[in-house]
Write a protein that binds this ligand. Structure first.
Ligand code: NI
Length: 162
């Protein structure tokens, strides 16, 4: 396993559409292992392949218990709404407010090409939406209704603590 470099805002690759994965081979497994290591090292909740310069439909999300490997994902169902803070390893140090569904059900392939379904709620639902959008070249600051300044961020955390 190896750490990969996370591309940041302004890099062309982040704004391009990723292609479907068709080969579930050692190269894919190495990418998945590296992405999990890179995400964990950066304390991220999720990471999408274009963030490490690979335009393939591959995402990893840390569910709190495990790293879910999500390949060629589709969103099947969404319900409810949440409004909250979102960040991205490709936009370091910045946060914004984004409305997302509270629950998201996805269908995806695992590292061997087997299809499975997964449901996420709260932070995981947010991560599913955020990471899948990366595969279409969309960064969350396009979705945010407000990007916060450092002072607004501090005020937001103070309100959350009350
Ligand atoms: Ni991101």
């Amino acid at each position: 396993m190896a750490l990969r470099t996370i591309l940041t805002e302004g890099e062309d690759t982040l704004y391009r559409k990723s292609r479907e994965v068709v080969k579930f081979d050692d190269r894919l497994h190495e990418l998945l292992d590296d992405m999990a290591e890179t995400m964990n090292q950066a304390n991220g909740v999720g990471l999408a392949a274009p963030q490490v310069g690979i335009l393939r439909r591959v995402v990893v999300v840390h569910t709190g218990e495990e790293v879910l490997e999500i390949i060629n994902p589709e969103i099947l169902e969404t319900s409810g709404e949440q409004d909250g803070l979102e960040g991205c390893l490709s936009i370091p140090g910045r946060y914004g407010l984004v409305k997302r569904p509270m629950k998201v059900k996805i269908r995806a392939q695992d590292r061997n090409g087997e299809w499975y379904e997964a449901e996420g709620e709260g932070l995981i639902a947010r991560a599913f939406c955020h990471e899948i959008e990366h595969l279409d070249g969309i960064l969350y600051n396009k979705r945010a209704y407000k990007m916060l300044t450092q002072q607004e961020l501090e005020e937001y955390y103070e309100e959350e603590d009350e």
